[in-house]
Write a protein that binds this ligand. Sequence first.
Ligand code: HEM
Length: 181
Amino acid sequence: MKSTPTKYGSVAVTIHWLSVILILALLGSGFRVASLIESAAKEALLTLHAPLGMAIAALTLLRLVWWRRVDQKPKPVAGDPAWQAFVAKTVHVLFYVVILGMAASGIALFVLSGAGDIVLGASTGPLPDFADYPPRAPHGVGAKLMVALLVLHAGAALYHHFIKKDGLIWRMWYGSDGKGG
Ligand code: HEM
């Protein structure tokens, strides 16, 4: 379950790929909701978006506890230039900041605008105009930052896989031999 100096353990691997799925679903549903005009259609999608947002926040807190209290990360890849290691580390830290910031601004937006009550069925629509509430702006900026981080992070993984051909991607998969086996 725990990581080794050369490979992530099964708990870290599960948290990582579950986070990927949740973040892609959140970006897709979030941009879609923002592009819709009709209140009922927005509301329907927000009943998916909001709980997924809370789930990724909980998973991220669990991830923080896992690394602080239980597990130790594998060693950085040998032979990578120092600047690449620095960028990788910065991107990883920014992921935590942006995920938790997005969840906090989303929840604040729901509470301040009264949309939470509407989506939960405690009051009836139509939904408020989210642009009237301060957390909407950081939620939008965070969304774009998240896309930029994903491009950098996935781009680096693909660079290692297809250009450096160093098998790095298998560190973040199940199995003990580093090749998914
Ligand atoms: C990491 C978690 C989250 C991510 C990645 C995320 C992602 C997004 C994205 C990409 C957008 C569209 C932004 C834009 O076009 O400017 C958005 C909008 C929105 N999100 Fe989230 N979100 C998250 C958490 C939450 C949570 C927890 C809630 C509510 C409890 C929430 C409520 C909303 C609302 C109300 C909008 C505005 C829709 C509109 O303007 O019509 N989000 N989100």
